[in-house]
Design a protein around this ligand. Structure first.
Ligand SMILES: NC(=O)c1ccc[n+]([C@@H]2O[C@H](COP(=O)([O-])OP(=O)(O)OC[C@H]3O[C@@H](n4cnc5c(N)ncnc54)[C@H](O)[C@@H]3O)[C@@H](O)[C@H]2O)c1
Ligand SMILES: N[C@H](CO)Cc1c[nH]c[nH+]1
Ligand SMILES: [Zn+2]
Length: 421
């Protein structure tokens, strides 16, 4: 393996500063509630709203600011996302009357969380597609109260109209104009205006993801969905310009985003690097994309296809594209990724918007232990049991012995008192 373009490593100092900043912000929101939210809204986004909840009139006004085509496009994307979420819901089944021994009946029920907040990013770009990706699976799961929040367009008091319309089309119940770490703190602990929720989902920048990490426990979260990442595995049989475009599509999200090319073909790697430079010179979002590519972009020359697969599995990237002749075969060897895109036709950006899979995906190697947001994110698998008197009499002595072995005499008594009845 040879590294042709190296990424800058994040330092411990960066991480410590972020942790401290966010921790201070959470404390401020816990103590001063809406007053703190309004102060942060003003400081970071130039927002002077008195009421954070968005009214029905504001949503209606947003519809009037969109063209018919824009509304149709949102509905079409929503249709594919909803269809896939519904199909996935069908795969999650209750279990009833399972009997590990005669007279014992076990089962589980699939229950939605009662309330959630869907965080829709709005700092660098208004990511209205994220509204569809979060609210639709939450509603499909049966969450009763689905709130959503997003920062306002900088220097105004309004959330981007496309974001508001997307939230409405997705079926949201409440919308609040607030973003950043302060929004996560507000939905975790509650404020005068914002009732706390049971779970917060959605992607965001470093501040948002660190706040989710710190609030976890007080509130449920999906996972850490931070700055976007894409890794492309290429054998050189594809088109350098296509690979370059896919790397830049994620780099443009955030100066902290990451594009990685892993290839077995050095000449192809050089062509992709050149194509990235050329495309950057024409990209209107080059300011962010260039920062991200220069700082965190990586190009790795692997010795073999086996090594490519090993690198991908070790890296566990958010998005993994396989741009190879034997793409299906390679796909079989991959097991750590947020979402997989097989073959050159299958652009990662199709999944970002409209093919129907979810684009809220684990970053920073979290794909080692979780997949992306889906209808199951909002569902709890809750077990229950019942047993006959005969089964109880048979189980009680076993449980009493096990409890006594642990020194838990109260547990033993709770079993034996029934047996003696
Ligand atoms: N992993 C995924 O599934 C996924 C999906 C979509 C987007 N993303 C990522 O989401 C992120 C969106 O980030 P964004 O910044 O555009 O929007 P954002 O909504 O996450 O963050 C904007 C907010 O950050 C806060 N903020 C800005 N500067 C701050 C500072 N110096 N101190 C404290 N708070 C500050 C402000 O409150 C602002 O409203 C990108 O990194 C993108 O790559 C990830
Ligand atoms: N690529 C992002 C997930 O990392 C999702 C997104 C939203 N809009 C465009 N792309
Ligand atoms: Zn994207």
């Amino acid at each position: 393996m040879k590294v042709l373009k190296e990424a800058v490593k994040r330092t411990e100092e960066d991480r410590k500063n972020l942790t401290e900043t966010v921790s201070r912000m959470i404390e401020e929101v816990r103590c001063k509630k809406d007053e703190a939210l309004k102060a942060y809204n003003l400081q970071f986004d130039g927002c002077t709203r008195e009421t954070l909840q968005v009214s029905r009139e504001e949503i209606q006004k947003a519809y009037s600011q969109l063209t018919g085509q824009e509304i149709e496009d949102l509905k079409k994307a929503a249709g594919n996302i909803r269809a896939f979420a519904k199909a996935q819901r069908e795969t999650v089944k209750p279990l009833a009357n399972f009997s590990p021994m005669p007279g014992i009946f076990l089962g589980h029920r699939i229950l939605p969380v009662e309330s959630c907040c869907c965080y829709v990013p709005g700092g660098n770009y208004p990511l209205y597609s994220t509204a569809l990706m979060l609210i639709i699976p939450a509603k499909t799961a049966g969450v009763k109260r689905v709130a959503a929040c997003s920062p306002v367009m900088k220097g105004t008091n309004a959330i981007n109209p496309k974001t508001l319309v997307a939230m409405d089309i997705a079926g949201v119940d409440e919308i609040y104009a607030v973003g950043g770490a302060q929004a996560v703190a507000a939905f975790s602990y509650g404020t005068e205006e914002i009732p706390a929720v049971d779970m917060i989902v959605g992607p965001g920048n470093r501040f948002v993801t660190e706040a989710k990490r710190q609030c976890y426990g007080q509130v449920g979260i999906d996972f850490v969905a931070g700055p976007s990442e894409v890794m492309v595995l290429a054998d050189g049989s594809g088109t350098p310009e296509v690979v370059a475009a896919d790397l830049l599509a994620q780099s443009e999200h955030d100066p902290n985003a990451k594009g990685i090319l892993v290839t077995t073909n050095e000449e192809f790697a050089e062509k992709v690097i050149k194509a990235v430079e050329k495309e950057l010179s024409m990209l209107s979002t080059a300011e962010i994309a260039e920062k991200s590519w220069n700082t965190f972009g990586e190009v790795i020359l692997a010795d073999s296809e086996e090594e490519m697969a090993d690198l991908a599995n070790a890296y566990a990237p958010e998005h993994l594209e396989v741009n190879m002749k034997n793409a299906e075969e390679m796909a079989e060897k991959l097991y750590n990724y947020g979402s997989l895109f097989i073959g050159e036709n299958t652009a990662e950006v199709f999944g970002d918007y409209a093919s129907g899979t979810n684009h809220t995906l684990p970053t920073l190697r979290a794909a080692r232990y979780t997949g992306g947001v889906w209808v199951g994110t909002f569902l709890k698998t809750c077990t229950y049991q019942s047993m006959t008197k005969e089964a109880m009499k048979e189980l009680a002595p076993l449980v009493a012995r096990l409890a006594k072995g642990e020194g838990l005499m109260g547990h033993a008594e709770a079993a034996e008192v029934r047996e003696k009845k």
